[in-house]
Write a protein that binds this ligand. Structure first.
Ligand code: NI
Length: 174
């Protein structure tokens, strides 16, 4: 298991649409392990493969409470198959947009289809934090960030702030 560097905005790779995983082999399982190690180290409750610069449709999450035992979850090729009309507002953050938090409105409940660690087809029904996190991570696989759900003004302000910081570090902007 290795902790891998997390890429941050304005890195253009965060806008890539990730490729489906054709088969879950040892290489994919090693990727999942690295992603979990990276997520726990950050620390965070969800991570998509593109956040460690791997454009494949793999997500890891752990939404267990602070005092509960770890509950790692992996989702391969996850797809939302149903979302509720009812919405929910949740404050979101992202390991690729450090120290920035905003309230986001999303469907309160979703159902998703995915492959598990063993390549078995599964379905999950989620609400609360699990639903929010799952939608946030699946967005990453489509090159969508949580700031895209904010008003244009807020989004542009956030991007500007991180682009400026990257320029000060001498990194290339978008
Ligand atoms: Ni994120």
């Amino acid at each position: 298991m290795a902790i891998r560097p997390i890429i941050c905005i304005p890195d253009p790779r965060l806008r890539l649409v990730s490729e489906p995983v054709a088969a879950i082999d040892d290489e994919v399982r090693a990727l999942m392990d690295d992603m979990l190690a990276t997520m726990y180290e950050a620390p965070g409750i969800g991570l998509a493969a593109i956040q460690i610069a791997v454009p494949r449709r793999v997500v890891v999450m752990d939404v267990a409470g602070k005092d509960d035992p770890p509950a790692p979850m992996v989702f391969v090729n996850p797809e939302i198959t149903w979302s509720s009309e009812e919405t929910n507002v949740h404050e979101e953050g992202c390991l690729s947009i450090p120290d920035y938090y905003e309230e986001v409105t999303r469907p309160a409940k979703v159902r998703a289809r995915f492959l598990d660690r063993d390549g078995k087809q599964r379905e999950i029904e989620a609400d609360g934090l699990l639903a929010t996190c799952l939608q946030h991570e699946i967005d990453h696989l489509n090159g969508v960030l949580f700031i895209d759900h904010l008003s244009r003004l807020k989004r542009e302000r956030a991007i500007k702030r991180f682009t400026k910081a990257a320029a000060m570090r001498g990194e290339e902007g978008m």
